[in-house]
Ligand binder design. Sequence first.
Ligand code: SAM
Length: 287
Amino acid sequence: MDRLTDISYVKGILSKHGFTFSKALGQNFLINPGVCPKMAQMCGCSEDVGVIEIGPGAGVLTNELAKNSHKVVAIELDTRLLPVLEETLGDHRNVKIINGDAMKLDLRQLIKDEFGDGRVVVCANLPYYITSPIIMRILEQRLPIEALTVMVQKEAADRICAAPGTRESGAISAAVHYYSDPEMLFKVSKGSFLPAPKVDSAVIRLNISGRTSVDVCDEKLFFRVVRAAFSQRRKTLPNSLASGLSMPKQEISEILTRAGIRLNSRAEEMTMNDLAAITKELSNNIS
Ligand code: SAM
């Protein structure tokens, strides 16, 4: 099984099964032998902590996770990879492959069935076409997991980890910071993958405590505010919120003033507390 760090061995198995990479499924497999052990060590899995992997591919990361955890459940959408995984991981008794779509499976039920009340983390080299939807699906469902460690494109990693209130922040930063405490772990060069993507990647870990970073009076409204504020991020808040929330600019300006926000501010200047304060004033205004 340790042959999985040997690239020619992995390439050989893929070609033996006639496997060709699908761009549509975001198939860029890790071939840098240093990356998977590091991810497996830093994702928080252990003999006491089980792990869910999304998209095992040929099983290189799965193999490392299986060495560190008592149980790995890996969800793979591409049926063509099932015989490959059988060959690469068949000897691991603590690995279970589930053929399914991570965007559709009932992950809460899966955790209950596979891990009961045990401790669980998620670790994945995510297919890039669904990076944000997968992360948000996992966070919004408030699954009973302790951390979500994912490899994503470097630019996405920067955006996700940017603290709200700083220039690099966006709607995804606010959403992720609401549910978790994100951390940049390490960068991974594009040459670490087969086939090599156009851009570099990074591994980030979202630490999940189960508590949100701010108290908001109306979560749905909070996320409407976040989306509206960042939908036209170059505009000042009275303009972006008026257009995004379909409300008169004058009314929005009054709400912002009551929330203690300068009227020439832009979304990127808003901290989590600012966004929560706007939500509160907006909610008072509606009711
Ligand atoms: N973990 C492997 C590695 O690091 O070499 C493969 C990572 S590759 C970037 C993404 C993997 O996710 C592929 O195996 C792809 O088939 C799988 N995948 C794509 N969409 C998926 C989905 N909706 N649900 C589960 N797996 C998916």
